[in-house]
Ligand binder design. Sequence first.
Ligand SMILES: [Zn+2]
Ligand SMILES: [Zn+2]
Length: 147
Amino acid sequence: MITGGCQCGAVRYRISGPLFGAHICHCRMCQKAFGNFFAALVGVKKTDITWPRLQPAVFRSSSVSSRGFCPQCGTPLSFAYDHSDHMSVSIGSLDQPDLARPENQFGMEGILPGFATLHTLPGSRTEDDVSPDDMKKLKSFQHPDHE
Ligand SMILES: [Zn+2]
Ligand SMILES: [Zn+2]
């Protein structure tokens, strides 16, 4: 069973079948919906996914598609075309996001100039940027990566 959910844990999902077609999408609608450079999504059959807690809230982003998100914390969770028997979940919302390795890029018309060099930027780890004292005070309210 593959599991995932939003940052606060109000919305959780379970996937009983395989993940497929992992991709990123640079289109302007995905940028806006994720508040980000691009959306990272992976396919599941609609009949393979269940929502044991709250149902996601849904924004009708076009006449043929909907996007699901947590009504309490706003985490983007899903994208679906009405006519299709599959849908996508956001890779970052999986409890094990490393299960989905993107294989394609879509919406290339919207690609942002900084994307090509993202992986070459200087990097640091969270503990390099937050002092040990502040790390001790830090209490996460994020739902853990399991049920
Ligand atoms: Zn939430
Ligand atoms: Zn898109």
